[in-house]
Design a protein around this ligand. Structure first.
Ligand code: NI
Length: 138
């Protein structure tokens, strides 16, 4: 269990007021919790830029009638078997499929995987959502 540390912050009243307004709309209970999230977000950004480990999800919709698309997507996913944790497939309607791919690995591998899927003909939309692996000190 990590020990909690307290530290003081000096900032302009207008900046603090603006911050308080924002965190109120996001339902934070207090400034500490909001600041912790900001710091985590900053560390995650840095990790992304430096190519560290991230966890996340790729959400995509595609037309499974497109020739060869399903096979091509399987090939791509097998190429990234070290990065992919699980894949959930949903048949949205007669033509369209939704796939949620949980990933964990190097930021650049996750991004490459997402871009390879996005560039396939028949893929309607791909979004990549990135989170931390939980190991903040690394
Ligand atoms: Ni389907």
């Amino acid at each position: 269990m990590n020990a909690l540390y307290r530290f003081g912050i000096s900032l302009e009243k207008s900046l603090l007021d603006a911050f308080d307004r924002v965190i109120k709309t996001e339902n934070y209970q207090n400034r500490s919790e909001a600041l912790r999230d900001l710091i985590r977000e900053k560390l995650l950004q840095k990790k992304w830029i430096e190519g560290g480990a991230v966890a996340g999800a790729i959400v995509m919709t595609y037309d499974h009638h497109k020739r060869e698309l399903v096979n091509k997507m399987l090939d791509i996913q097998h190429d990234y078997h070290d990065t992919i944790l699980s894949t959930q497939h949903v048949h949205l309607d007669h033509n369209h499929c939704l796939e949620v791919i949980a990933v964990r690995g190097k930021a650049r591998d996750v991004e490459r995987l997402s871009n390879s899927l996005k560039s396939q003909v028949g893929v309607k939309h791909v979004s990549l959502s990135i989170s931390a692996t939980g190991e903040e000190s690394r």
